[in-house]
Design a protein around this ligand. Sequence first.
Ligand SMILES: NC(=O)C1=CN([C@@H]2O[C@H](COP(=O)(O)OP(=O)(O)OC[C@H]3O[C@@H](n4cnc5c(N)ncnc54)[C@H](OP(=O)(O)O)[C@@H]3O)[C@@H](O)[C@H]2O)C=CC1
Ligand SMILES: Nc1nc(=O)c2c([nH]1)NC[C@@H]1CN(c3ccc(C(=O)N[C@@H](CCC(=O)O)C(=O)O)cc3)C=[N+]21
Length: 300
Amino acid sequence: MNMIDTRRSAAIIDGRARARKVLEDVKSQARKWKAKSGVVPGIAVVIVGDNPASAIYVASKEKTAKECGFHSRIETRPATASTSEILDLLGELNVAPDIHGILVQLPLPTHIDAGKVIQAISPGKDVDGFHFVNVGRLATGAVDGAIVPCTPAGAILLIGDILGPDLSGRRAVVLGRSNIVGKPMANLLLAANATVTVAHSRSHDLAALCREADILVAAVGRPELVRGHWIKPGAVVIDVGINRVQTGEGRRAGLVGDVAFEEAQSVAGAITPVPGGVGPMTIAMLMANTLNAAIRGGMG
Ligand SMILES: NC(=O)C1=CN([C@@H]2O[C@H](COP(=O)(O)OP(=O)(O)OC[C@H]3O[C@@H](n4cnc5c(N)ncnc54)[C@H](OP(=O)(O)O)[C@@H]3O)[C@@H](O)[C@H]2O)C=CC1
Ligand SMILES: Nc1nc(=O)c2c([nH]1)NC[C@@H]1CN(c3ccc(C(=O)N[C@@H](CCC(=O)O)C(=O)O)cc3)C=[N+]21
């Protein structure tokens, strides 16, 4: 019998538990802020059309907002709504005194100018962190004043729990360059002193790039693209992907990430599961961003 077990097993990062901790903090800070100022943090979620995935996320956001003691308002508009109708609604929410955070659920129906809609949100209420002002603050290193996009903000917390806040000398690879996840993730890693590579659909030899990574963040939306042999032994693997897959093709039905979890688990040092990893952190960070926006009083 081989006495040396060469199989390794990564620590599974419990995003649900970490998110609960964030939410407990948010809840207690919100209570204190209310006692001091009389202000109850308020969030408005705008949902256009009837994307079933969006409906699930929005319900979950509302439930969590209530748990935090926040005021929450859902504004639903039909898929046929025009860009100008949504801009009018945002104009109203921007000046609503009981609303401190505004989120427009993406994707929007294609006939709506999503860029215009995002830039119409007042930067101080932009709890997604998608407005140019917040993107610019993060990109220029003024991280403290920025509202940071929720998913990367949650992911960097998980990374910090394992590696500490200073990532000097660590190689990070981010798969995906979207404005929602990939780019802000890269900026946060850079701000934490990591050496960052951003890869995307035009990159060559992703496997070799990924094998260099002490920290690998996968945000591509391709089920189980990242295989076990792409991963550097001991790496911290953050799987942002949320992919709904059917049975067949040798896969389990249901939700899978962008990383082939079982394979990766035998190589990585730590890994986030899907579900139960980054997803719950996203919603928790949305509440944290809303609380901070309320405390800042919509400044910025
Ligand atoms: N857990 C959470 O809270 C959240 C999860 N998500 C999930 O994360 C994933 C990514 O989301 P998002 O960033 O919005 O997605 P986008 O579709 O906007 O971006 C995907 C990125 O991945 C790149 N890409 C796509 N296919 C490949 C490939 N085969 N090889 C290399 N790169 C590729 C694209 O490259 P290119 O730019 O060249 O097209 C693009 O940069 C999705 O599964 C989404 O559902 C998203 C938000 C929150
Ligand atoms: N303006 C805007 N901001 C967003 O932040 C935004 C968006 N639009 N559009 C869609 C994506 C996706 N997203 C998720 C949030 C939570 C989970 C989440 O909680 N996931 C659970 C499971 C969910 C399930 O079971 O379906 C988990 O991973 O454990 C997932 C994905 C936010 N997004």
